[in-house]
Ligand binder design. Structure first.
Ligand SMILES: *[C@@H]1O[C@H](CO)[C@@H](O)[C@H](O)[C@H]1NC(C)=O
Ligand SMILES: *[C@@H]1O[C@H](CO)[C@@H](O)[C@H](O)[C@H]1NC(C)=O
Ligand SMILES: *[C@@H]1O[C@H](CO)[C@@H](O)[C@H](O)[C@H]1NC(C)=O
Ligand SMILES: *[C@@H]1O[C@H](CO)[C@@H](O)[C@H](O)[C@H]1NC(C)=O
Ligand SMILES: *[C@@H]1O[C@H](CO)[C@@H](O)[C@H](O)[C@H]1NC(C)=O
Length: 942
């Protein structure tokens, strides 16, 4: 395998080194100029380094793109890359030791750091000189143009129809789109899909379709080179394709006017093949000459970029996918046979092997073609061999045909995204990932270029979208619940190709293979059976920044060797989730670069004390840790912590103090109020970055309104969901009332829960219409509450649950407030309210969108309000209301689809069959269920 790999990585420059260089230069500049101050000795050295690197920026890019076959050059670039990565680690260390440079005497920088810096400077200097020398000698020796591969072969409109398989339906659909009657002069239909799906072929088929040829007076085909940004040559090409004449002009205006004249009143079809330019201004100008064409004209644009697609489209898009399923494999097999040249008569035995090989094409026509050509050169007995090896180990000539085409998408990425993409090679094939998870990893690795006013995650999301829109990521095909993403196998292999010597993963299927280079930085371990000794194999990669367990099922690993962390001092990302470990060695505290620690789904009981020494830690995940009963006591020292994720707060016995020091915290699922200093609700004061959801427990320990106000909940503007819990309500009601008054949150809150509150009524802020994002409210266990707050004026409230209010006896008009109340409410639940007798006061204009009403366990409820004007109501559940006297007088709305009544004796009697007094009010409802039995439509008489 190493053979193919080396050859390929030589043929394809990855551009990774230039990408890293740019990042390192930025960090250097930031450190040297912003943080240390120009006069310092260290700063001088750093500046020197930055200048040296900047100088050779373009040189590195040149060398990388040269696609030379010289080993020497390869090695030089490799050395340089490693020097840069080492520099990155050193900078990280210096940055850490001198967090506030201006305040500290710069000469106190650790002397071994100084030494290391000097060594590094020398090393980089040496490499720079070597590179310059190399470059010069290259120039002198031969100035032949770089032998580029036929990366994007030019296309024309000509196609051999007989050689195309499996796109019959697509062709038909496209032709119909083109011939459809339309009013606009020109419509633009992009064909969008990942590299190798056959977008060009589809365009060719359509272009040469008889009906299309008949319909369009003029047909033109222009192929973009991936770098076309100049309008003049493109416009000229279109002109030439239209007229078959050469245009001797070079001024944009002249060229466009000439083209416009040719297009006037003509019904035309133009294919722009392989467009990359994502600049909408380019497109705005390019399309100008077509304005006066005859109605029904069409432009078809083939592209991999969803951005291009959305810029050019006049409404419709055509997404071209890989062939899928069993028939997809067969189509690939047809393509392979075609490329094989001959027929297989007399080789029926190959049919089966061939079909199996076809499966490896993953529905990608390009791969099928390439495999066919590669197989042609092989002896039949080698087919079996190919069948049994990983795609990765396929013959070189195959790889040479397919990866350059796919790699164009990668080449188009900005430098910082190349790193993000290459990194994904540590995931296994067909791995499904979530957007936020991946962004957190990128952030921890330092791949995200900070911008002053924006959150790292916000920038990360932009990166993610970019990769998605460039078809390098795709939405997972079996995304059940929540949106997940994956990489097509070929893109995944591409990532693996460009991350050679940088990333590796260790799987059961290849467990004998470990990379030879000790300089790898990112690794994942996917084996099921992991022993401590498996981990020891990683000791030799002492520059590892990433160690991730990604097994499909929980692994057997139950212990981390005590020196594991001291052997891997550069770790930034550590994920030991889904293992059986119960504790971590204290040596973890030495991981000064660590930013991400994931212990999800482990048996960890407590975290080592030394964890608090990892002052860089930003993300700590402890989800589904069934044995965890303690958070680190001095958690407050983790001042960079942004996400503290855990989901079983009730297991945790003692709560850490002084959490208020963690002012960057964005995720904190629960805060438990205590009475002592460092535990009071005041700790929340400075946590202004909190996002997502927060539950505040033990509110009975807040002494008074002043203390409550100290939490300043109204400045947590990113918080979406807030739970306010009184867990042991022994305090008196007036205090509770004042405290809740003081806990008014930000008015962009989306979900609110109040539980165990012991006031008799609610403060005014609950229900104020200024809470214009509030979608869901739950009020529960408020046992002394006698009046519901007036919630009808909340403009977007969709869901309301009122549960276990022991003292509430009636709900009247006040609950709705002004006319037209609850304009957005969709579901309403009253549950477990033993004293509630009467609910009244629903008027004509109230709750226009209510679809579901559920009344459960209200033992004393006798009357409902009139419901007949709830014209959206579809489901009505009445359960456990034995005193309820009747269906409201005016009956039920005609929209009702489902009525269910149980454990409500009086009502049941009245609704049961044709003798029941309320039978006529309900008999027309499509579905009626009484005490669990459905009353069939046909058995209802008339
Ligand atoms: C369509 O073309 C006609 C002339 O061919 C022109 O008058 C009209 O303005 C064009 N429509 C648009 C929307 O550009
Ligand atoms: C643990 O973390 C991973 C990565 O962030 C996440 O995908 C997974 O859902 C988490 N596990 C649980 C049980 O939440
Ligand atoms: C919040 O910040 C202010 C001002 O920096 C500081 O005085 C106060 O002690 C902080 N509060 C907490 C609970 O950390
Ligand atoms: C509730 O409060 C009472 C009185 O302060 C106390 O005795 C009791 O232990 C508390 N219960 C719980 C579960 O905290
Ligand atoms: C609701 O209807 C009742 C009777 O139909 C009426 O007396 C009352 O004024 C109405 N209330 C509002 C707020 O419209």
């Amino acid at each position: 395998m190493a053979g193919t790999l080396t050859i390929l990585s030589m043929v394809f420059s990855s551009g990774i080194t230039s990408a890293i260089l740019q990042v390192v230069v930025c960090k250097l500049a930031d450190l040297a100029f912003e943080k240390i101050g120009r006069s310092d000795e260290i700063s001088g050295k750093l500046q020197q380094l930055a200048r040296g690197l900047q100088k050779i920026d373009s040189l590195v890019e040149d060398l990388e793109n040269k696609q030379t076959n010289s080993n020497a050059c390869e090695e030089l670039i490799e050395d340089f890359k490693n020097a840069l990565l080492d520099a990155e680690d050193l900078l990280d260390k210096i940055d850490l030791e001198k967090p506030n440079f201006r305040d500290i005497d710069p000469s106190r920088l650790k002397s071994d750091d100084k030494r290391e810096l000097s060594r590094l400077l020398k090393r980089v200097d040496g490499l720079v000189k070597e590179m310059e020398g190399y470059f010069l000698s290259e120039i002198n020796r031969q100035r032949k143009p770089p032998q580029s591969l036929d990366v994007n072969p030019r296309t024309s409109s000509l196609v051999d129809e007989l050689s195309v398989f499996g796109r019959g339906n697509e062709k038909q659909e496209m032709v119909e789109m083109l011939l459809a009657e339309r009013r606009e002069n020109v419509s633009v239909i992009p064909i969008v899909g990942m590299g190798g799906t056959g977008k060009t072929t589809l365009a060719q088929l359509v272009y040469n379709n008889e009906a299309v040829v008949r319909e369009f007076e003029l047909r033109m085909w222009v192929c973009f080179s991936s770098l076309d940004t100049d309008l003049v040559p493109v416009t000229k090409s279109i002109y030439e394709s239209a007229t078959k004449e050469v245009l001797e002009l070079s001024n944009l205006d002249a060229v466009q006017v000439a083209l416009q004249e040719k297009m006037r009143m003509k019904k035309f079809l133009l294919v722009l093949d392989g467009m990359w330019n994502e600049n909408s201004a380019f497109w705005e100008v390019l399309k100008l000459p077509f304005k006066f064409a005859a109605p029904g004209s069409n432009i078809v644009v083939t592209t991999r970029s969803k951005i291009v697609s959305s810029i050019v489209s006049t409404g419709r898009h055509y997404h071209l996918h890989t062939f899928s399923g069993g028939s997809g494999h067969e189509t690939c097999w047809e393509i392979i046979k075609q490329s094989l040249g001959g027929n297989l008569d007399g080789h029926e035995d190959l049919q089966n092997v061939g079909l199996e090989i076809a499966k490896k094409c993953k529905g990608l026509p390009l791969a099928a073609k390439a495999i066919g050509r590669a197989l042609r050169l092989k002896l039949e007995k080698e087919w079996d061999h190919i069948l049994n090896c990983e795609l990765w180990d396929f013959p070189e000539d195959y790889m040479r045909q397919i990866y350059p085409v796919l790699k164009v998408s990668y080449d188009h990425l900005p430098a910082y995204l190349k790193r993000c993409f290459a990194y994904c090679s540590i995931f296994p094939h067909s791995f499904e990932f979530e957007e936020d998870d991946l962004i957190q990893l990128w952030a921890a690795e330092g791949f995200i270029q900070p911008q002053k006013t924006r959150s790292v995650e916000g920038i990360g999301r932009e990166y993610f979208d970019f990769l998605l829109s460039g078809s390098l990521f795709q939405v997972s095909s079996n995304a059940a619940g929540g949106r997940k993403y994956e990489m097509h196998d070929f893109n995944h292999d591409l990532a693996r190709l460009v991350s050679t010597n940088l990333c590796f993963r260790l799987e059961d299927s290849m467990s004998t293979f470990l990379p030879t280079s000790r300089n790898v930085r990112h690794s994942s371990l996917l084996c099921q059976d992991i022993k401590p000794s498996t981990l020891e194999q990683f000791h030799r990669y002492n520059k590892l920044r990433t160690f991730i367990l990604l097994p499909r099922d929980p692994t057997s690993l139950s212990e981390v060797p005590h020196d594991f962390f001291s052997k891997l001092p550069c770790l930034r990302v550590l994920n030991l989730s889904r293992s059986q470990i119960t504790e971590l060695p204290e040596s973890i505290g030495k991981l000064m670069h660590l930013r991400y620690l994931n212990l999800n789904d482990t048996l960890i009981r407590r975290l080592p004390k030394s964890l608090a020494d990892i002052c860089r830690l930003e993300i700590l995940k402890l989800k589904n840790c069934s044995k965890l009963h303690e958070l680190p006591k001095n958690l407050k020292k983790l001042s960079k912590l942004r996400h503290l994720v855990f989901d079983r707060p009730n297991q945790i016995s003692s709560w850490p103090k002084n959490l208020g020091k963690l002012t960057l915290l964005e995720t904190l699922p629960e805060f438990r109020v205590g009475k002592d200093k460092g535990c009071k609700i005041e700790e929340l004061k400075n946590m202004t970055c909190l996002r997502g959801s927060l539950s505040i427990k033990n509110l009975e320990k807040v002494a008074d309104v002043a203390e409550a106000k100290c939490a300043i909940l109204h400045n947590k503007q990113y918080l979406e969901s807030l739970g306010l819990h009184w867990n042991n309500g022994t305090r008196d009601a007036t205090v509770a009332q004042a405290v809740l008054e003081g806990l008014k949150p930000h008015d962009r809150l989306k979900r609110l829960q109040v539980a165990g509150y012991l006031g008799s009524n609610f403060p005014d802020w609950i229900g104020q219409s200024s809470f214009c994002k509030l979608e869901s409210i739950r009020l529960e266990k408020c046992q002394l509450c006698t009046v519901l707050p007036s919630l009808g004026q909340l403009p977007v409230l969709k869901e309301l649950v009122i549960e276990k209010m022991d003292a509430l006896t009636d709900v009247d008009r006040q609950f709705c407030g002004l006319a037209g109340s609850f304009p957005s409410l969709e579901t309403l639940t009253f549950c477990d309210m033993p004293e509630l007798r009467i609910w009244s006061g629903i008027n004509e204009t109230d709750m226009p969108l209510l679809t579901e009403l559920c009344i459960d366990s209200c033992q004393n409820l006798v009357a409902l309000p009139s419901l007949h004007h709830l014209t959206s109501l579809e489901t009505l559940d009445i359960n456990g209301c034995p005193q309820l006297l009747s269906i409201p007088g005016e009956g039920l709305p005609r929209s009702l689809q489902h009525l269910s009544i149980s454990d409500s004796d009086i009502l049941k009697e009245r609704c049961n069959g044709s003798n029941g007094a309320d039978w006529d009010k309900i008999r027309w409802i499509p579905e009626i269920v009484i005490d669990g039995d459905e009353i069939p439509m046909h058995g209802r008489g008339n």
